[in-house]
Each structure stands twice: as structure tokens, then as C-alpha cells.
Design a protein around this ligand. Structure first.
Ligand SMILES: O=C(O)c1cc(C(=O)O)c2c(n1)C(=O)C(=O)c1cc(C(=O)O)[nH]c1-2
Length: 230
């Protein structure tokens, strides 16, 4: 196998084997075992991650040196922030919250964000702020596994959590396609930028770090005091 194919295989293995679809909270979600309060707590806390994705993508965009690359990365910001008020992934996530009975003002206030979730998201944003473009882009490669988890989640919501209106699932449906494009583009960049063995090690470590971010976020949600609100 060529060195590049071997590197790609390592990245795909990390993205598969350390991905948060194996986290106990996601397993319970997919098996239909979450209570409405647990699901609401996840939605409210994951909103904190969602609203920071375009922030970290702006930090990455600032590191890219050509118009073509910046144009590519700007699309990600628009996917989340929309081209106009009332559009985009953040708006779709707020609608998911509303479909689950969460007021958008609660999500926007950040009042429900658990300390561990705040640290995990800060960790990811600061990683993208401080590390090389190669490492920041490699960290986004968890998205290699994201389209599959979106499918699993849509199926689980439609089967087990029918109290959430189906229109609320628009975020997940849109992300299935967007995630595929994002991960294809990011993988091409990482494969072409990582020239040395040292670069490849750093890229794999960046992806493993990002898996830890997603895992820690779910640890915090999973271990939250059930008496606390969403
Ligand atoms: O719900 C999920 O399981 C999940 C996972 C990930 C991921 O794997 O990083 C992302 C998303 N969703 C997502 O919605 C999203 O917009 C996104 C952007 C990124 C990224 O790192 O650039 N990951 C993810």
C-alpha cells in the first residue's frame, strides 16, 4: 500500500473506532431509551457546539492562503449561519429545540450549558485557533463518520421519539449531505498537505483529539444531575 493510502486508512480507522456513535449516551439515544428530559438536555447542550462551529471555521479560514481555499471554507460558515436571517444550520437546530419543547430564548441564553460541555467546545475552538491549518482541518475529519450517525439518528427519532415533530429533524437531514461534502474536501486537503511522517502523526493526533472532544461532551451530558433542568 502507498504511504498516502496507508495514512488515509489510519485516519478512517480513528474516525470509525473512536467516534462518539459508540458512546453509551448515543447508544441509549439510538435504542430509544432516553427520557424526554435527557433528550432536551442533549439538544440544549449540543447547541453550544453547533453555534461554535462557524466560529472555529472562521479561525481556520483566516489561516488559509489562497482565495480558492478560503472560498471553500466560507461555504461551511454559510451552511451554519445561513445566507440570510432565518436560514442555516443554527436556525435549524433552534427549530429542533422548539420541536422538542425548548424555547429558542433558553438555547440562545446559554443557561443550560454544562461546565464539561463548555470546556470541550472551548478546547475545540482553541485547538483550531492555535494549531496549524493541517491539524485544524484534520480535526474536522470526524465528519467522515457523521453522515452515518445522522441516518441512525433520523431513524431513531422517527421510531422512538415521535413526540418530536418530524419537521424538527431538518438539521440532521441537511447535515447528511453537507457532512459528506465537507469530509471529502477536508480529506483531500489533509492527504495533500501532510508530506512528512511528522505531519501525518500530527494529523492523526488532531483527529483523535477531536474524537475526545465529542466524547467528553457526551460524558458531561450523560452524567448531568437528572434533577437539573434541560
Ligand atoms: O451530530 C453529530 O454527531 C455531529 C458530529 C460532528 C462531527 O463528527 O464532528 C459534526 C456535526 N454533528 C455537525 O452537525 C456539524 O456541523 C459538524 C461540523 C464539524 C466540524 O468539525 O467541522 N463536525 C460536525
Amino acid at each position: 500500500m502507498s504511504a498516502v493510502r496507508e495514512f488515509e486508512e489510519r485516519l478512517r480507522t480513528v474516525a470509525r473506532e473512536r467516534y462518539h456513535d459508540r458512546h453509551p449516551f448515543n447508544i441509549r439515544m439510538h435504542q430509544g431509551e432516553l427520557t424526554p428530559d435527557e433528550l432536551r438536555r442533549w439538544i440544549a447542550n449540543r447547541f453550544h457546539y453547533q453555534r461554535h462551529i462557524p466560529v472555529k471555521d472562521a479561525l481556520i479560514t483566516a489561516k488559509l492562503e489562497t482565495s480558492a481555499l478560503r472560498r471553500m471554507w466560507l461555504r461551511r460558515i454559510q451552511d451554519h449561519d445561513g445566507a440570510a436571517e432565518g436560514e442555516g444550520g443554527i436556525e435549524r437546530w433552534l427549530r429542533l429545540g422548539e420541536a422538542a419543547g425548548l424555547d429558542r430564548s433558553l438555547l440562545l441564553s446559554g443557561r443550560s450549558v454544562l461546565p464539561g460541555v463548555r470546556l470541550a467546545v472551548d478546547g475545540y475552538v482553541n485547538f483550531c485557533r492555535l494549531r496549524s491549518p493541517l491539524e485544524a482541518v484534520a480535526a474536522s475529519l470526524t465528519e467522515l463518520s457523521a453522515p452515518d450517525i445522522m441516518r441512525t439518528r433520523i431513524d431513531a427519532f422517527e421510531r422512538h421519539y415521535r413526540w418530536i415533530d418530524g419537521d424538527g429533524l431538518a438539521y440532521f437531514r441537511t447535515r447528511e449531505t453537507q457532512g459528506r461534502q465537507d469530509s471529502r474536501e477536508a480529506l483531500d486537503l489533509v492527504l495533500s498537505w501532510a508530506r512528512s511522517e511528522d505531519d501525518r502523526e500530527r494529523a492523526v493526533a488532531a483527529l483523535a483529539f477531536k474524537c475526545d472532544v465529542l466524547w467528553s461532551l457526551l460524558d458531561a451530558v450523560d452524567q448531568a444531575d437528572p434533577k437539573e433542568g434541560p
